[in-house]
Design a protein around this ligand. Sequence first.
Ligand SMILES: [Fe+2]
Length: 217
Amino acid sequence: MTDRNYENCNSQNLRIGMENRGEIAQLYPTPIYWVHMVNNFPTIQNEIAKALDNVDFKMKEAWGSTHYLSDPSFNGNFIVENGLNSLKDEIVTHLNHYCQSLSFPHHNGVIATSWASLFKQGNYGHCHHHGSTDISGVYYFRTGNSDGKIYFENPVPCMTSSFVYKSLCERQEIVPSDGLLCLFPGWLMHGISTNTKDTDRISISFNVDFLRHKNSN
Ligand SMILES: [Fe+2]
């Protein structure tokens, strides 16, 4: 095992000074996009409220007692099947902003799957990712702000073992609010902290996939 006690090794001390300061590149970032309030908020809310009237929320048995879903199979498309066109248009607008900032060229994309999630008191969302989905997102329909936050884990877990870099690894949270829309990479590990309030929290999640052209990966 390496001896990390260098207290008596003054001759080897590195001089960390201010002279001739260099540059730092933040390589390999993890872009997360969010907008605190969508356009057409009242219309989007009305559309969702009507669609929720017909939802029979159920838990996904294999996950145990986590939270309720409009479709525990994840095969359905809550946004498309219920004609939530105002929400869809808003997602497209912000996808365009997000993709521009990623320098991702314009491709045709689809909302491949979507579902509503209900978090009652004591419910939570385990840490997970959305597999090979290109971009995932969530829209907050009803939240009391402190009834469960979405959090993202550092995608470079080996950094946590580093004395120098571990302060950069802390879990990052977004406090939800009604009308907030968030987009993030489908591969990014994320979860929802426990709803400790007696208010129900409802959000709409979705996965976006872009069509592949012949010569693209
Ligand atoms: Fe998720």
